[in-house]
Design a protein around this ligand. Structure first.
Ligand SMILES: [Zn+2]
Length: 232
């Protein structure tokens, strides 16, 4: 195993990882992904509120109709000439009128509470639409910024990848495979020196049998972090 060659390869790959990370962890990407969810949520919410408000307005119109009919009926009774009524009819009329006034007042209270509810749903709808619009604008802005960053970094990454492919062609396929597997699992650096009888990556102390094996073979896989330890 040509350790220097592997270390050169790892060093160049570190550049690629740095750029890949810069792209992957870009604040613009984070924001636009967040905004994507906000937009989706706000859209769902405003759709639901729109439906709810439509239903409530329909119910309100029905209630108002019933209320108006009751008021009209009450007016008709009140407008009757009391002199034309017999005493028992007059008593009945008075009691009926009182009942109607009570029921009208109750309906009035219900209507007012209902109107308040309708207004709060409409206000909620307005603020949700506003939030949707703002999130959409923010989403577009940060997505655009992220695309600009991608357009800058992707060709750089591609060029570096082409460069290290030349080294890959000369490397031991077994080590290359191990390397790529660990890289995929986000272990980095992958090849580390032995440091004071411990893994140079995770610092776990190595048993003496492992040290012997390391000396014999020139390399050893750390049982703890899976890095490949090389002898120095
Ligand atoms: Zn380790």
């Amino acid at each position: 195993m040509d350790i220097q060659q592997i270390l050169d390869y790892q060093k160049q790959d570190a550049e690629i990882i740095k750029l890949e990370r810069e792209l992957d962890e870009s604040p613009d990407k984070k924001i636009y992904l967040e905004m994507k969810n906000v937009v989706k949520d706000a859209q769902n919410k405003s759709n639901n509120l729109e439906k709810e408000a439509g239903e409530l307005i329909k119910q309100y119109v029905e209630m108002k109709k019933a209320y108006d009919a009751e008021v009209r009926a009450c007016g008709e009774i009140v407008n009757k000439d009391p002199k034309a009524l017999k005493v028992d009819e007059l008593e009945k009329t008075v009691s009926k009128t009182n009942q109607m006034i009570e029921s009208i007042s109750l309906l009035e209270k219900k209507l007012m509470a209902f109107a308040e509810h309708v207004n709060s749903v409409l206000a909620d709808y307005d603020s949700t639409r506003k939030r949707y619009k703002e999130a959409r604008e923010k989403y577009s802005m940060h997505k655009q910024a992220n695309e600009t960053l991608s357009a800058k970094l992707l060709p750089e990454i591609e060029k570096l990848k082409q460069d290290i492919k030349k080294i890959e062609a000369k490397m031991d396929p077994t080590f290359l495979q191990k390397y790529k597997q660990r890289r995929q699992d986000k272990v980095f650096p992958i090849f580390v020196p032995v440091v004071d009888k411990a893994c140079g990556g995770c610092r776990m102390e190595l048993p003496s049998a492992s040290i012997d094996r390391l000396k014999r073979n020139g390399f050893l896989e750390c049982e703890h972090c899976r890095r490949i330890i090389y002898n120095v």
